[in-house]
Structure formats: C-alpha cells, structure tokens
Design a protein around this ligand. Structure first.
Ligand SMILES: Nc1nc2c(c(=O)[nH]1)N[C@H]1C(S)=C(S)[C@@H](COP(=O)(O)OP(=O)(O)OC[C@H]3O[C@@H](n4cnc5c(=O)[nH]c(N)nc54)[C@H](O)[C@@H]3O)O[C@H]1N2
Ligand SMILES: Nc1nc2c(c(=O)[nH]1)N[C@H]1C(S)=C(S)[C@@H](COP(=O)(O)OP(=O)(O)OC[C@H]3O[C@@H](n4cnc5c(=O)[nH]c(N)nc54)[C@H](O)[C@@H]3O)O[C@H]1N2
Ligand code: SF4
Ligand SMILES: [Mo]
Length: 918
C-alpha cells in the first residue's frame, strides 16, 4: 500500500500547527520527492515565522503509516472487521438510540478533546446538549484547563484570558508558575527570552519544584515544594496589601471580596518566614520575589499545569489573580494573569461550551435564561438542564454501569486519565465504546467496539483558538486518505441517523457561521442583561465561503463598528467591565490546603508527571518522527541521586514505581533538577511504545472540588529496583514480536526501529536465542557474533549485501554501546571493514564517530559533538556553539540545554556530563 499523503493543493497552504496552544502559523508545500515541506508562516502574529522542533517535524508525521483508514466494528469473536460507513454509523446511531430509549439520555456520553476543531466541537456539544438532551459531554480539557476556567469565572464572571502575547514583551517582570514553557510552549518562551536581549532590565521568575529548562533563562527560580503555591501567593497578597503595591482606587471601583480574601491570606501567610518554610524556599529568595513583584508595575503571571492540575487548582488560579486585582494590574499593556493553554484548540472548546458544566457561547447550563436563549437559537427539541459527569466521574459512571455507551473523539483516555487501569476496566465493561481517531492502534482503540476514521491535520479544515484568543484557520492541503471523514461530518451523520434535524451541514464554514451567530445572539440585548458576555463573534457572522477560507488570524471578541469595519481585540478588560452582574471582579478567599494524599511510609515519594520537549501526549503522531525520538528516546524516572542511593536504584538501570492505584517500569535518571522526596515521569509512553510505562495507571484520581481537574502532579509512590538478568537493545529494519521479553520499549529511527530490552530469564544459548528472536535462520546468512560469557556480553549483527539489516547487543549490566553511532550505520549503503570490526568491538574505531545523544533535533547535533567543540575550541557562548555547529540556530528549543552543557563542561574540568544511554 502507498503510504504517502495525498496532495490536493499545488501552491503553498497557510495553516496552523496542531500541537500546542501557542498556535503558530505554518506553511505547507509539496517537495519534489512527494514529501511535505513545512515552515513557519512569517505573517502569522503568534510566531512570525518561527517554529519549534515539533512544528518543524510535522512533515515527518503526515504519512499514512499506522493510520486508521476504514470504519471497523468488533465481531462476536472480539475481532475488528472492516465495514462500510453505513454499517458503522447504523451501529452507533442504533445502539445510542436504543440505550437512550431504555435508560434515558444520561446513560450515554461523549468524551471529546481540545484537539478537535471548533466546528467539530460545536457540533458535538449541540448534538449532546440540545438533541440527546444530556450534558454528559466532557473533554480532555477537564484534565488541562478546567481549573483556569473555574478560576476565571470566579474572578471575572466569565472565562476570559485578558492579555495578548505582545503583553509578555511589554512586561518588566514575567512570572511563570508551574510552566515549563521552554519545552511546552517553545515559541512563546523564545518571545520572552528575546525581550531580555533587547530590554536587559526585564526579569523572569520561574516557580516550579523542578529546575527545568525554563529555569536556565530565569533570573530567579523558586523551587517550591509541590502543592504549596497557594501559600506563596497568599503570602504575596499579604505582603502587597501591607507593605506596598496595592491600588486602593482600583480595588474600590472595580472589585469585591478584598476583606475576606485578605483575611484568609493573613491568617496563614502573613509571615514570609512561615511561607518560606512551608514552601521550602530560601527566605531571601522569597522576599526578593515579593519585593520585585511589589515594585514592578508591568507584571505578567503566566501559569500552566503545575497550577491547574492540583486538588487545589482553582484556588491556585485565584490566589494568583487576587494579586493582580489587589494591584490593579489588569487590562493595561504588559500586565495581567495569563493562563497558558495546552492544546491547539483548548480555547475553542471553551467557546463552544464543550465541558459538562457549560453551555455554548459562554452561557451557563444552570441559568434558565441562557438555556432558553441557546435552545431557542438551535430550535432543538430539548436542552440539558443539569451538569453532566466530569471526566473522572464519567469513567467511574461507566465502570459502575450508570453510563452504558461512550463515544471518544480525539483523545486517548486509557493513557491520559488518572487511575488509568480503572479506565481499562470501565471500557472493557461498557456496552458500547466508539472511538473516532486518526491512528488505528492506540491503547483506547484496543477496547473500542467501533472505530471511526477521522481526517487528520493537513486533511481537515476549520478553525482553532490559541492562548491569546486568536482564531486561526487550519486548512487542508492533503486529500482524505482511505475512507476517513471530518469529525464534524461523522457527528452529523450519526445525529441525522438518530432522526435529528439541525445537522444538515456540508461545509465547516456553515457550522462556523452558526457558532458565530449564536455568540452574538441576544448578546447585549436590554431584555437579556444577564446574558451579556464578552465572547462575541458578531463581526464574523455571514462570511462567505471565500471569506472564511481567507480568514486572517484574529482575536475575539470580533465586532463590527458603525462603518462596517471588522476588528478583533488584542487586550480584554481595558474598560474594566467584568462579567459579573455588578460589573466588578472578585477577589476570592483561598485558604491554603495540602494535596489530597501525603507521602507516607509505604509510598514515601511524590510522583510529578509532565512533558518532554519533543513528544506530544500519547505519541500517536510525534512518535512516528525519528527526528523527535532522539531527544528523549524512552520513558524515565527522574530522581535525586541521594534518594536513588536511599532506595537502592541506579542511574541507567530500571526501576519500578508503584502507587495505591498502579505501577510502571522505566529507566532511572538524574539531572532533571529534581528535589529530594519526589520523582518526575513523562506522560507520553504507553502500551504501544513500551511493555509497562503508562504512568496514568499510578496517578491518584483525586480532583479539585471546584473544577474537577485531577491532581496529576502529586501522587505518593514507592520505588524499587527492577531486577533483571540482562539488558540489551536491537536496531532492526523489520517488525519484531517481543511477547516473551520482560521489559521492552520501542524507539522510531530513521531507517530502522530500535528496541531497548531487559530480561529476567538468563539466556543459555545466545546465538540460537538471538537468531530466533530476529528471525535469521538461513545457515548462510551474513551473521557476525561475539560472546564474552564471563563479562556477560553478547553482540550479533546481520548484514544483507554488506548493508546492516539488524544488530543486537546484550550485557549483564546496562552499560551498552552507543546507539547513536550504530544508528548512523543504518544510513550507510554498505559497511566497510572498520565498521565491521567496530560492530564486534562494540564501539566505533574512528574517534569522533559517535555524536552522543541528540541535543539539537533540528540539525541532529549530539551532546558529545557539542562537548567536544566546547572543549577543543574553547567555546563560551551559545552563539559560538551555533556558529560552529549550527546547533540551536533554528527553532532554539535546545538553547537552554546548550547553555547547561557550556556550564557543565567548564565546571567538570573538561569532562562531559554523565547521562543515561541514548
Ligand atoms: N513538548 C510538548 N509540549 C506540549 C505538550 C506536550 O505533550 N509536549 N502538551 C501541551 C499541553 S496539552 C499542555 S496542557 C501544556 C503543559 O505545559 P506545562 O504546564 O508547561 O507542562 P508540564 O510538564 O505538564 O508541567 C509544568 C510544570 O509544572 C511543575 N509542577 C509540578 N507540581 C507543581 C506545583 O505544585 N507547583 C508549581 N508551581 N509547579 C509544579 C512541573 O515540575 C512541570 O515542570 O503543554 C503543551 N505543550
Ligand atoms: N499523568 C498525567 N496525565 C495527563 C497530564 C499530565 O500532565 N500528567 N496532562 C493531561 C492533559 S493537560 C492533556 S491535554 C491530556 C492529553 O491526553 P490525550 O488527549 O489523551 O492525548 P493525545 O495523544 O493528544 O490524544 C489524542 C488522540 O486523538 C487522535 N487524533 C489526533 N488528531 C485527531 C483528529 O483530528 N480527529 C480525531 N478524531 N482524532 C485525532 C490521536 O491519534 C490520539 O489518539 O493528558 C492529560 N493527562
Ligand atoms: S510552539 Fe511548537 S508546538 Fe507550539 S504551536 Fe508553535 S510550532 Fe507548534
Ligand atoms: Mo493539556
């Protein structure tokens, strides 16, 4: 089968990156070899032409390998069978109708995603709330942005992100709380980094329990004890109120709630020494931060998952916003609280009301007038009247049978929800599990009864909204592969089969128009004062298809002035009119409280989970790219060296961590800037990529009481050595069955797949074992092998026509040869004698042939190459490294790491730093 994407556009197409909430503009065009060339769109205001490494590697992820291309239904033997669209849609519609008829609308649910386009999202929400008549639609944004949404609603009366990216450049102080923006929002972070070059007085403070790449450029890093942010910001509120910085005129004219909030803050946090002790930061550093905040007018406080994903997430958000309200630092250039959104359309989902406790267009489910407005506009037969299940509750309701059917769209809950083993059990019990996805084999799809193939990025067409409320078009430049259909169309197909009108669309522009009209519907009417909302797309109503296709990125609210001119809004709240009925903002009392579960003797460490630079979530798309696999090739458990000693685990070896909910195995590493008492594990790896590295299985399912967002960053765990008899790895051009191997992990290479292995069962006959595993049985095969039984080392190589076909290395210890060097042999059309000798010796014969683990993914520059250049050429600055090796010269995501290497090489007296095997 041809796995190339199908071009439909001849010219360059301007579209938007499908990964993070920065929302960078991308241009895509065909390369002469049939591949897709992707570059940054210089005209897009979010990135002005820059892309991070994930965006730059998009072209590597659009092939059809692994794609879900046809509808499938599980047969009575549990085997997936390809079926026609009619059969699949009839099955979904028929079964949903039957369950609703028998058990009522609340017995079915949709679980959707911030990776849907606004048009898809709008329709899913309309289908569920207006036609099925239940609010059982929740989204993975519950796991991500819901604390920010709840915090905004409490403070502002509406879910508003007041500022624009430009405000970060106008700020004199940027505070990043629980955000590793250098890795997770790289282009935004580079905008911050560049201000420091042009305005050296500007300051960056990072508040994170880990010393992340983001801290490399910070003037001050406060390594707070996990979960203590509310103490820190209550302490700041108290400091500002009593020692200077408060804006009494603003407080009197525009806020409520000061007294109660200040009383709550003063009660526990008035004394900085106490706060410093609780937060485990140096008192001098804390006071330096408080004083800097107090004296700097233009402050932006950016926050992300270290804030939201907490059992006190909403209070963390409000404790931050309180400080901006007390100082009146909102609605003006260069200042304000700034929720940094994760997914490409986290914001679009909020606009259409995709959460189980919201209605469409920023209206409230629990408000009778709002329900009337929405139902009247939709002319729908019903409207949900009470909130549905939030994500974690939803899967519990599936587990105990209250919900009997779930349709999952564009998310992978088997990996990304807390207590993920419960999710497995729930889905296995559920009468009907439908999954709309673009990839065939995912952990969630393995449990689905019906798989519906959706169009992927590059094929789909619609709009997304980024962190600064900017609506941008995603445009198709590839044709629909196989029988894949747009998500909105699949929803409309099912709705219509269930007998619902209101879904007769044949282009996303019509859906966008309906969404825009609803946002303006009775918005600001005198007889509907309680339905006034900032979210308004009046200026985008009635666009023609051509206008929609040509839509330039624009920030909402989008209004039309008296001359008919359409204009967006860069900065909100300049008029200081908040969306509460009295027009005022609220300071919210946030009495501090500890995370739900504290470590104890059985589970003495705190598990913190998050992202690495070059992977996206459950790796269904980024996992395909060899460029992106290099930076962090396998899952790891980052632990402080002293804790490693204490618990008997060793860097480079395997360890098992377990919690009351589940367990996983990964490689131990140091160097992630982690404090004692905690471990950090990336969220990305799952059953498609490793035998046992799904961290969601361990995460406690405790949620924030207001937002329902899970406590992803704080689960008590235990760690122990994972004992094995041998370690090994394979690089191969072929598929492999590894069912009998104790532990494995898979890494995408450019011309091969790499497997890291470890086994419990000792191997007797290495040669026979290796030939069987690799499937090399021909007696005349070009097979080289070497065994040193006493050292416990074995190496085997299979060549075909002098070209390397596969190689396997085993050792009783995890001290195996460099994979980077072996990978380079796969690019060679034939191996020479030196390569063959090197293979058997287990290291390159030429000095310098080993680049080490990749630091710069854009130019493929390894750590050893960089360290060697620093040493031999006496380099002292990142710019010199870039001039010499190009590293760091494209997307810039690796600049913090190069900086660190410069320091380390010099500090260690010309020794390269140790790392895990690459
Ligand atoms: N490379 C990459 N980029 C991404 C994504 C991806 O998968 N890969 N996903 C996108 C999505 S959906 C999201 S939501 C964003 C997430 O972006 P971020 O929120 O920046 O990323 P995380 O790594 O989840 O967590 C951020 C930091 O919170 C810290 N933290 C943990 N506990 C606490 C605490 O109690 N207090 C404080 N102050 N900090 C704490 C962690 O140590 C971590 O460094 O990234 C987006 N961008
Ligand atoms: N332990 C831990 N867990 C976490 C987090 C954490 O920090 N720690 N973070 C949470 C956060 S913030 C988030 S956002 C979630 C993300 O978690 P998920 O949403 O589960 O992760 P993804 O891998 O992005 O899943 C997207 C799925 O949709 C598919 N897909 C891609 N494009 C399309 C499309 O156009 N249409 C359809 N129908 N399918 C598509 C992909 O193949 C993939 O299977 O993880 C959450 N889980
Ligand atoms: S920062 Fe990177 S991942 Fe995020 S939108 Fe831009 S290019 Fe895409
Ligand atoms: Mo997210």
């Amino acid at each position: 089968m041809n796995l190339s994407p199908i071009p439909i556009a001849t010219a360059t197409t301007r579209t938007t990156c499908p990964y993070c909430g920065v929302g960078c503009g991308v241009t895509a065009s065909m390369k002469p070899d049939g591949g897709i060339a992707v570059s940054g769109d210089t005209a897009h205001p979010a990135n002005l032409g820059r892309l991070c490494v994930k965006g730059s590697a998009l072209g590597e992820t659009v092939d059809l390998e692994g794609r879900l291309l046809y509808p499938q239904v599980r047969d009575e033997h549990g085997v997936m069978q390809r079926v026609s669209w009619d059969a699949a849609l009839d099955k979904v519609a028929g079964k949903l109708s039957a369950i609703v008829a028998e058990h009522g609308p609340d017995a079915v649910a949709l679980y959707v995603s911030g990776q849907l386009l606004t048009e898809d999202y709008y329709l899913a929400n309309k289908f569920m709330k207006g036609y099925i008549g239940s609010a059982n639609i929740d989204t993975n944004s519950r796991l991500c942005m819901s604390s920010a949404v709840a915090g905004h609603k409490r403070a502002f009366g509406e879910d508003l992100v007041p500022l624009a990216y430009e405000d970060l450049e106008l700020a004199d102080l940027v505070v990043l709380v629980g955000s590793n923006a250098a890795w997770c929002h790289p282009i935004l972070f580079q905008r911050i980094a560049r201000i420091k070059e042009t305005r050296p007085h500007a300051r960056l403070v990072v508040i994170d329990p880990r010393r992340t790449a983001t801290c490399e450029l910070a003037d001050l890093h406060l390594p707070v004890k996990a979960g203590t942010d509310v103490w820190l910001f209550n302490g700041l509120l108290s400091y500002l109120a009593h020692r200077g910085g408060r804006d009494d005129a603003f407080i009197a004219a525009h806020t409520n709630g000061l007294d109660a909030s200040l009383a709550a803050a003063d009660a526990d946090c008035a004394d900085p020494a106490t706060v410093a002790r609780i937060c485990k930061v140096e008192l001098a550093d804390l006071l330096a931060f408080y004083a800097l905040f107090a004296r700097t007018e233009r402050v932006v406080t950016g926050f992300s998952m270290g804030v939201n994903q907490s059992s006190a997430g909403t209070d963390k958000v409000n404790s931050i916003i309180n400080c901006h309200l007390l100082t009146g630092r909102i609605g003006r250039p260069g200042m304000g609280p700034f929720s940094i959104t994760g997914q490409p359309n986290a914001m679009g989902g909020r606009e259409v009301g995709g959460l189980a406790n919201m209605l469409a267009a920023h209206m409230d489910l629990e408000h009778a007038l709002h329900r009337d407005i929405v139902q009247g506009f939709w002319q729908s037969p019903r409207i949900a009247e009470r909130p549905g299940y939030k994500a974690v509750d939803l899967f519990e309701a599936i587990d105990d049978g209250r919900v009997k059917a779930v349709w999952v769209m564009a998310t992978n809950p088997m990996v990304s929800l807390p207590d993920a083993d419960l999710v497995r059990r729930a889905l296995a019990r559920c009468e009907l599990v439908v999954s709309s996805d673009v990839i065939e084999h995912t952990d969630t799809n393995a449990l689905a009864h019906v798989l519906l193939p959706a169009l992927a990025w590059g094929e789909k067409d619609g709009t997304v909204t980024n962190s600064e409320r900017r609506i941008s078009r995603q445009r198709a430049f590839l044709g629909a592969p196989g029988q894949a259909r747009a998500d909105w169309r699949i929803i409309a197909d099912v709705a219509q089969r269930m007998g619902h009108d209101g879904f007769a669309f044949d282009h996303p522009q019509q859906i966008f128009d309906e969404h825009a009209r609803l946002s303006a519907h009775r918005n600001g009417d005198v007889d509907a004062a309680q339905a006034w909302r900032r979210f308004n797309l009046a200026g985008l109503c009635g666009m023609t298809r051509q206008q929609y296709d040509a839509l330039a990125p624009i920030q909402w609210p989008v209004l039309r002035d008296d001359d008919g001119q359409v204009h967006g809004t860069a900065r909100l709240l300049q008029d200081l009119r908040f969306s509460h009925a009295d027009g005022r903002a609220r300071l919210v009392p946030t009495p501090p409280r500890w995370p739900a579960h504290a470590p104890d003797d059985d589970y003495p460490l705190v598990l913190n989970t998050g992202r690495v630079r070059d992977q996206w979530h459950t790796m269904t798309r980024t996992g395909k790219s060899a460029t992106l696999a290099n930076h962090v090739p396998e899952a790891f458990i980052d632990i402080h060296p002293q804790d490693a000693l204490l618990y008997g685990v060793r860097e480079g070896g395997l360890a098992r961590i377990s919690s009351r909910w589940g367990a996983m195995v990964a490689r131990v590493q140091h160097g992630g800037g982690i404090a004692r008492g905690s471990v950090f594990v990336p969220i990305h790896w799952n059953d498609q990529w490793a035998s046992d590295a799904r961290v969601g299985a361990l995460v406690n399912p405790v949620v924030d009481p207001v937002s329902g967002e899970p406590e992803f960053k704080h689960t008590p765990v235990a760690i122990e050595q994972f004992r094995v008899a041998w370690h090994g790895f394979i690089l191969t051009r072929h598929a492999l069955a590894l069912d009998d191997i104790t532990h494995w992990t898979r890494v995408q290479g450019r011309d091969f797949t790499r497997f890291e292995l470890a086994g419990r069962k000792p191997i007797d006959d290495h040669g026979q074992w290796a030939r069987q595993l690799l499937g090399v049985d021909a007696p005349d095969a070009d097979w080289l092998e070497y065994l040193d039984r006493s050292a416990g080392q074995y190496r085997a190589v299979h060549l075909v026509d002098d070209r390397i076909d596969m190689c396997l290395f085993l050792s009783s210890r995890p001290d195996l040869p460099s994979r980077a060097w072996l990978a380079s042999l796969f690019a060679k059309p034939r191996l020479d004698e030196a390569d063959r000798v090197g293979l058997l010796v287990g290291q390159p014969i030429d000095k310098g042939a080993d680049a080490g683990p990749t630091v710069c993914s854009c130019f493929g520059v390894g750590r050893d190459t960089i360290c060697e250049a620093i040493r031999s050429k006496g380099l002292a600055q990142v710019s010199q490294v870039t001039a010499c090796l190009k590293a760091g010269g494209n997307c810039g995501s690796c600049v913090p790491e190069i900086k660190k290497l410069l320091v380390e090489v010099r500090a260690e007296g010309m020794e390269a730093p140790p790392t895990t095997p690459n």
